[in-house]
Each structure stands twice: as structure tokens, then as C-alpha cells.
Design a binder for this molecule. Structure first.
Ligand code: BV8
Ligand code: ZN
Length: 260
């Protein structure tokens, strides 16, 4: 029996599913991952880009990095894997807990999404918290011949620096989001971890929450993550391939007449 068939049979006898997704979930939408070859952090030090200290030390660089990523996110479309996860909501209760900041799960139709690391399409002023002014997409890298730094995006109300509404290293997760994620995972019959290296805490601790509450846990990834051995099963493949197949097999078995 294949891992997909095992998962289908578990889902058929389940009522609730929790799903943790990471950057690999959006790879087929053209959004680069962080730690894969050619990833966002291949030539960068993550903490210098995704931390308050890094931002304050070089706001123009960090604003530019997020502005470039934001442009990619705005051009991206959800792929068939995102759509398949949304379709699963017609078969059982689904909670998607995502580390991704691209909003693609909601755009694909998932209605119960917890964005643990925030959302790159939102922004706020570090001084007055205003979030109604222009965001990072207005950043134009106007480097003149003298090589002066590109413009900074500043708050129209107080002149403070504008930052993306994402969770940086060393920052707490959005209030209540992680506790709701733990609750959903703890109550789920099946837990899927899709497209994550399981290298960032506290997202990576959700595997233990699932297991200690008796959920059937499966990792879906193109290669085993550092946490692979902690799962009950694993399906090797791309999210955009594996998930539509999972939904169609689930639906074909669900609709098949019970053999007496
Ligand atoms: C916190 C910002 C409480 C938004 C991000 C030492 C040990 C352990 C922990 C720590 C430590 N020191 C510090 C910590 C805590 C720290 C942490 O975990 N550090 C790590 C690096 C060791 N965590 C924090 O600081 C968190 N806050 O703990 O608060 C607290 C606070 C204060 C004081 C005390 C406690 C905040 C974490 C959030 C950080 N922000 N990003 C942004 O810019 O996007 S993290 C960043 O990494 C992204 O959010 C990203 O999503 C996340 C995880 O990466 P992945 O999503 O897994 O992506 P990655 O590239 O790594 O992997 C891709 C995977 O996909 C691969 O496995 C690949 O094989 C697979 N794949 C590729 N293609 C496909 C695919 N799979 C399927 N299909 C495909 N097609
Ligand atoms: Zn302000």
C-alpha cells in the first residue's frame, strides 16, 4: 500500500485535519524557498534580513529585500496544491497553519488559515504603528549614478520607517495565532507537514503537539527534512503534484459504493 493510499484511508476515517506549510508549499507558484539551493538566503544571512536589529542597521537593504519579494508574491498565483488543500474543506474540517507570508492559501480558497509569520502584503510604521500609508511596493530602487542608496519608505504621518507585517527572528508570533494553531493541531486526527525544512521554532514544535495527541502525522516534501524520522509516514514529491492526487484518490474512494 503506498503512503498516499495509507493517508487516504486515514483521512476517510477522520473528521479533522491540520496542515503546517512552509516555503516549499509556494515553490511551484514561483516563490523561492529560503534554504534550498538558489533560495532567498543562499547568499544572505537570514538574521540580518529578517530581524529588528538587521532592519534598523540597514533599513534600505531590508526594505528592498521585502519589496522585491512582495513584487514576486503579487505576481504569483496559487497552484493546484493550494487549490487541493482548499477543496479538502468539503471532505473534513481543515486548519492550515502556515509559515508563509504570501497569502496564497486564502487566495486559493482555504477559509481557516493561521498565518504564524504574518503577511508580506501588510506593513506598518515602526514608530506610530500606522498601516494606512504607502507600503513597500512603492519602493523604487532609484540608485542614481552617484550610487546613492535607493529611497526609503517612510510613514506619511510621522516619518518613521515602514516595515513588513511579518514576524522576524526574536519576535513573538502574532497574539493568539500560535495558541490557536496548537489547539487545532491537538484536536486533529491527521497532521500534514508540507514543504517545510522544520528548522524554525515554534512552528517546528507542532509535530510533537500532533503526535502527543495521537494524530496520524505525515511529511510531504521533495526530500526528507531534519524532522522526517518524527513522522508516522512520508510522501516524497512536490506539493503541486501530491495534493491534487490525494484529493482525487480521497474523492474516488469516498464516492465508490461500499462493497457488501
Ligand atoms: C520566537 C520572516 C518566541 C517572514 C521567518 C536556537 C534553536 C532553536 C530555536 C531558536 C534558536 N535561536 C533562536 C530560536 C528561535 C527562532 C528560530 O527558530 N530560529 C531558527 C533559525 C533556529 N524563532 C524565532 O525567533 C521565532 N520567534 O521564537 O518567538 C520568543 C520570542 C522572543 C524571545 C523568546 C521566545 C520567530 C520565527 C519566525 C522567523 N521569521 N520569516 C519572512 O521573511 O518570510 S522564518 C522563515 O523560515 C520563513 O517564515 C519560512 O517560512 C520559515 C521556515 O522555513 P521553511 O518555510 O521551512 O522554508 P525552507 O526554505 O527552510 O524549506 C523549504 C522546504 O520545502 C524544504 O524542506 C524543501 O525540501 C521543501 N520543498 C521545496 N520545494 C518543494 C518542497 N516541498 C514540497 N513541494 C515542493 N515543490
Ligand atoms: Zn508613523
Amino acid at each position: 500500500m503506498t503512503a498516499t493510499a495509507r493517508l487516504v484511508s486515514m483521512l476517510r476515517s477522520s473528521s479533522s485535519l491540520s496542515v503546517l506549510t512552509g516555503a516549499g508549499m509556494s515553490a511551484e507558484s514561483g516563490i523561492p524557498t529560503f534554504r534550498d539551493a538558489g533560495g532567498l538566503w543562499e547568499d544572505e544571512d537570514p538574521v540580518s534580513l529578517a530581524s529588528v536589529d538587521g532592519f534598523l542597521a540597514n533599513p534600505a537593504r531590508v526594505q528592498r529585500w521585502y519589496a522585491e519579494r512582495l513584487r514576486g508574491v503579487m505576481d504569483a498565483q496559487p497552484h493546484s496544491g493550494h487549490v487541493a488543500l482548499a477543496e479538502l474543506e468539503s471532505e473534513l474540517d481543515v486548519t492550515v497553519v502556515t509559515q508563509n507570508v504570501d497569502g496564497l492559501h486564502s487566495r486559493a480558497g482555504s477559509t481557516n488559515v493561521l498565518e504564524m509569520h504574518g503577511n508580506i502584503t501588510r506593513h506598518f510604521c515602526v514608530e506610530c504603528q500606522d498601516n494606512t500609508g504607502p507600503g513597500l511596493s512603492t519602493l523604487t530602487s532609484t540608485v542614481d549614478t552617484a550610487g546613492s542608496a535607493p529611497g526609503l519608505v517612510q510613514c506619511t504621518l510621522c516619518g518613521g520607517l515602514i516595515r513588513p507585517a511579518v514576524v522576524w527572528f526574536g519576535e513573538m508570533l502574532p497574539h493568539g495565532v500560535f495558541s490557536r494553531a496548537v489547539e487545532a493541531v491537538a484536536e486533529s486526527d491527521v497532521f500534514l507537514s508540507i514543504g517545510t525544512s522544520s528548522s524554525v521554532y515554534p512552528a517546528s514544535s507542532l509535530i510533537e503537539v500532533a503526535q502527543s495527541n495521537g494524530a496520524y502525522t505525515v511529511e510531504i516534501n521533495v526530500a526528507p527534512s531534519v524532522a522526517a524520522s518524527r513522522f508516522d509516514d512520508s510522501i516524497t514529491g512536490r506539493a503541486g503534484q501530491v495534493l491534487p492526487k490525494l484529493v482525487s484518490e480521497l474523492r474516488s474512494t469516498v464516492s465508490a459504493p461500499e462493497t457488501t
